[in-house]
Design a protein around this ligand. Structure first.
Ligand SMILES: NC(=O)c1ccc[n+]([C@@H]2O[C@H](COP(=O)([O-])OP(=O)(O)OC[C@H]3O[C@@H](n4cnc5c(N)ncnc54)[C@H](OP(=O)(O)O)[C@@H]3O)[C@@H](O)[C@H]2O)c1
Length: 271
């Protein structure tokens, strides 16, 4: 598995997204993903599946090789709440440590310095290995990197061929942070896209694989989600082909549509 290096930490470039996966199905998919080579599993308090993810990781017998990322929800970013939340996540996961802890969404009601100070404390005390953020804008990345006592290794953002994220990607790179792409196959919309299908056909690959390869080829970590075992294999088979410069440029043009899947308008009211 290829990795993306950020501030001395290695992030496996393909991970399994688990939003919407629950219970036995989630545990089974997590276990199977690890068995076939995934080394990065993405969960969150909000997904209500940390227990199942932990079960799948343990069942794989490869805990030591796997990076598990979870996220603190925006209503738990005050220091005391964050500490409680991290301990709850660990109890649900039933793992020794959280490999990567992210702020799920920024919450303007809690000063970033307080949240990041609490995350650094959890790291120093051995509850988490590394910390990072998600859904941070360019301005928030500048502030976070200025005030964080510990290095921030990544920003997990919506990223796929239909969205222009070049400004926030450049900001991540300026700060030495990895970009982790969520919804990397545009929630399944890549399938059936005329451009991606045509390019895929030329390589004997699916449109979803082209969407993922487009990101991976730029050094962006991808965390596609699937509920189907056969698609676990498909979404990992990205390293036996390469997109040409012309193909990368053609896919890059799809971002002119600038279509966001995740609606940010629900986020401001965190009370
Ligand atoms: N930080 C955040 O705020 C945030 C927000 C959103 C998501 N995330 C994370 O990112 C992960 C991935 O994003 P996502 O779940 O929004 O979207 P996604 O991974 O882009 O797409 C998932 C959808 O695509 C389908 N799919 C998967 N593989 C496919 C393939 N090879 N061909 C065709 N369709 C395929 C899946 O259906 P089947 O199940 O039928 O395969 C599912 O409906 C999440 O699960 C979560 O872990 C984080």
């Amino acid at each position: 598995m290829q990795v993306v290096e950020a501030k001395g930490f290695s992030i496996p470039i393909v991970g399994l997204g688990t939003w919407m996966l629950r219970g036995r199905e989630c545990a089974r998919l997590t276990e199977q993903a690890i068995r076939i080579g995934y080394r990065h599993i993405d969960t969150a308090q909000m997904y209500d599946n940390e227990a199942a993810v932990g079960e799948g990781v343990r069942a794989s017998g490869k805990r030591a090789e796997v990076m598990v990322a979870t996220k603190v929800q925006p209503t738990s970013l005050a220091p005391h709440d964050l500490e409680r939340s991290v301990k709850e996540s660990l109890a649900k996961l039933r793992l020794d440590v959280i490999d990567l802890l992210l702020i799920h969404w920024p919450n303007p009601r809690v000063p970033l310095s307080e949240t990041l100070g609490a995350m650094a404390k959890m790291k120093r005390e051995g509850y988490v290995k590394q910390i990072g953020v998600s859904n941070f804008t360019v301005a928030l990345l500048d502030e976070a990197n200025r005030v964080s006592p510990e290095p921030l290794v990544c920003n997990q953002i919506e990223c796929h061929p239909y969205l222009d994220q070049h400004k926030v990607i450049a900001a991540c790179r300026k700060h030495g942070m990895a970009v982790v792409a969520y919804s990397p196959i545009a929630r399944g919309n890549a399938k059936g896209d005329a451009v991606l299908e045509r390019i895929g056909k030329a390589h004997g690959k699916s449109a979803a694989q082209v969407s993922l390869r487009f990101l991976v080829q730029q050094g962006i970590v991808v965390i596609p989600r699937t509920s189907k075992i056969e698609r676990l294999v498909e979404n990992l088979a990205l390293f036996d082909f390469e997109l040409s410069e012309a193909e990368m440029a053609e896919i890059g043009k799809l971002s002119r549509r600038n279509e966001r899947i995740v609606d940010w308008s629900w986020s401001p009211n965190w009370d």
